[in-house]
Ligand binder design. Structure first.
Ligand code: BG6
Ligand code: MG
Length: 215
């Protein structure tokens, strides 16, 4: 299995389907502000930080507010989002993810989380996955959201790995771009049309074997 020594997982939309809760909360905010926000629009927010997501959303709705109001709007969205994920448990881990992660560990592959979400630890605790990660880099540890490679480069550094020995699993186009800029391999989770820059694209982790790490 060539030179892959570490796997870096995005969280939202890869390990758990929280992308749908982010979408519901942003849509609720857009509707409250008086405009529509579609699933298609939502693709642009995946992997993007909370405040940058708000800017994109407000542009779509042709709205502008002062900084103080923007912070209040982002907090409002986050409160809704947190209320949606509050009852989350292990059953929401996406199919095949845990088996794949265990398989990686059994084969001495290091595992990291690379997410720009500030809610990542809260979610990982709810789904009891914290002990499976050798390194956790989340939105509290980075200043630049994807497509900036900071989150993945920090994970590689913490694992003491060269970027070329790492593969990133991502559901966001911005995340695949970040992996490329980091000099890492990438596997997209989702649509080939959206994630066309990834080395490989899969629909999910069910029945995925270690040979996925052959590039
Ligand atoms: C990413 C999501 O993982 O985290 C984005 O793909 C989200 O949609 C970002 O905006 C920030 O999340 P949070 O939980 O800090 O608002
Ligand atoms: Mg994601």
């Amino acid at each position: 299995m060539n030179n892959i020594k570490a796997c870096i997982f995005d969280l939202d939309g890869v390990v758990v389907d929280t992308a749908k809760y982010h979408y519901l909360a942003w849509k609720r905010l857009a509707n409250e502000l008086g405009f529509e926000f579609t699933q298609n629009d939502n693709e642009r927010l995946k992997g993007v930080s909370r405040m940058d997501s708000l800017e994109i959303l407000l542009k779509i709705g042709n709205k502008d507010f002062d900084e103080k109001t923007k912070i209040e709007l982002a907090a409002k969205k986050n409160n809704w989002y947190v209320s949606y994920i509050t009852n989350m448990d292990e059953s929401e881990i996406l199919p095949g993810v845990k088996t794949f992660i265990k398989h990686l560990r059994d084969n001495d592959i290091k595992i990291a989380l690379g997410s720009v979400s500030k809610n990542a630890m809260l979610i990982l605790k709810k789904i009891n996955l914290v002990p499976y990660f050798d390194s956790i880099i989340d939105g509290t540890k980075v200043t630049n959201a994807k497509p900036n490679p900071e989150v993945f480069l920090k994970a590689a550094k913490e694992l003491n790995m060269n970027p070329s020995s790492c593969v990133v699993f991502e559901d966001a186009a911005a995340g695949i771009e970040a992996a490329i800029r980091a000099g890492m391999h990438s596997v997209g989770i989702g649509s080939k049309f959206i994630l066309y820059k990834a080395d490989k694209v899969i629909c999910g982790f069910e029945n995925i074997k270690l040979d996925i790490l052959n590039f």
